[in-house]
Write a protein that binds this ligand. Sequence first.
Ligand code: GLC
Ligand code: MG
Length: 589
Amino acid sequence: MTCAAYGKVGRVTDAPTLPDLVHPADSPDSPWWRDAVIYQIYPRSWSDSDGDGIGDLPGITARLPYLRDLGVDAVWLSPFYVSPMNDAGYDVADYRDIDPRFGTLHDAEVLIDTAHALGLKVLVDLVPNHTSSEHEWFRAALAAEPGSPERDRYIFRDGAGPHGDLPPNNWRSVFGGRGWSRVPDPDGTPGQWYLHIFDTTQPDVNWENEEVRAEYDDILRFWLDRGVDGFRVDVAHGLVKDQTFPDTTGSMHTAENAPGHRMPMWDQDGVHEIYRRWRRILDEYTVPGDPDSERILCAEAWVQPEEALARYVRPDEMHQAFNFEFLDTRWDPAGYRHVITESYRSNDAVGAPTTWVLSNHDVLRHATRLAVVQEGYRPNGIGADDPQPDPELGLRRARAATTMMLALPGGAYVYQGEELGLPEHTTMPDEWRQDPIFHRTKGTDEFALGRDGCRVPMAWAKDEPSLGFGPSAKTWLPQPEAYAALAVDQQDGVPGSTLSLYRDLLAYRRKHRFGHGALAWHELDGPETLAFTNTSGDGTRTVLCLTNFGDEPVSLPDGDVIISSGPLDDGRVPTDITVWLRLPTGHDR
Ligand code: GLC
Ligand code: MG
């Protein structure tokens, strides 16, 4: 096949020339972020240098060579800022300093410089929807009068009812319970209410206020000046609220509860103006003629459908958005076919790269999730009293899913530990749980165990205390028994291990620029398989990626098997296995 069309630098322009061409090739010299594989580090849980049981920045820096060897392009660090840690650092008390649990600003600078020296880009997490209630702005707001400039940085309202003792409207918190809390006036009498879409200790910031906008501009510059290559933007769809604050009946977990019915706190049109403003700031840091110097924004926006999400990555807004539709897809070829097609259609329409993601710190790890029969919106945390998912099935599917994901053009995100096939901790005793979701929903009909099970410290070495996470046996969350056999030192260099699989996939993907390839559905695609080709821009290399979701093994066409997510059965692809097969040159599909 030689039909792949080039786009101009960074943009896809030419129309597809094959009926089943889903996505044309990207320009070979487009900037780094269009096909980057970005590894998410959850700082608390990756590497602990001082033995206090909490991961830290010096611990991360010491292990960065592992990521170079894994073959990723960049790291994204979940928040490391000063925080009371009521939401694991997504409650920031000072955006310009590091929490002492994680280290110092100097440690952050060393981390950034070390990563760069190893050829790794660094993204940090920006949390602009809310601050911590311990932020100096919120303290000042509480000390000030209603109607004061200090209060106007947040969303304070008088209560409803004759005595103002009912919340201003019926908005809920994403973490359960109501979305408003009442505070005393400075003289101690019951006063106004403030909005918190998440925990009570995460007051929402008022983005209608220009002082707020200027402050976050400055925070962006603070980190850009320290050399970060970009930001993952937390709750990017939440910053602007419908200023009429209407009551709403929809679920807080979806932005659009019915076609055309958008929730008043999510995905409001006004958010886009903020991202245009930020894009202009980031672009100031680009060195002319050097696409490698480009700094990026990635939206965490739980927005549907794909078209609405693509509005965040229009040419003058963000660079990437997490593809949660893909993450939410159940183990089913029709679902994947649909989401892949729609993702390219909507992102290509705005010239943005599509990203792919299967796990992060907010969802069940995919080595567990893909073995769970999913009912409803998203499977939640799993506890010892729940039915236990089959770990072998989960791992087999997770390996197949990742092998499929890394054959797709665009960018990809990998969550720490998935390269080891780590499962969710599904038997964690409740007394360890820290997620505010667990505490806020306990004893209510919204009850959910929360996200601690995917945040457990990494397993580096089977026979070390804390599995090599740190020099002591301490870990802030307990590691499940299954982690020992999956530790890095058990998989390193072992053919067939999940770690070896990830390294092989990433190396091949990088070498042959899969992220820039053209994607077409293949004739082997059927109700029980998913089969597509990734063809290099110059048309010289076509790789078939086939996943078998059915019960019977599937035969392959002529070609060389490059990588397989598990053993083949006499040359055929067994159930829940993905294969990459290089098709002979000149193969016209
Ligand atoms: C994002 C984060 C999540 C956090 C929430 C509130 O969804 O990924 O971990 O709890 O925002 O900041
Ligand atoms: Mg530590």
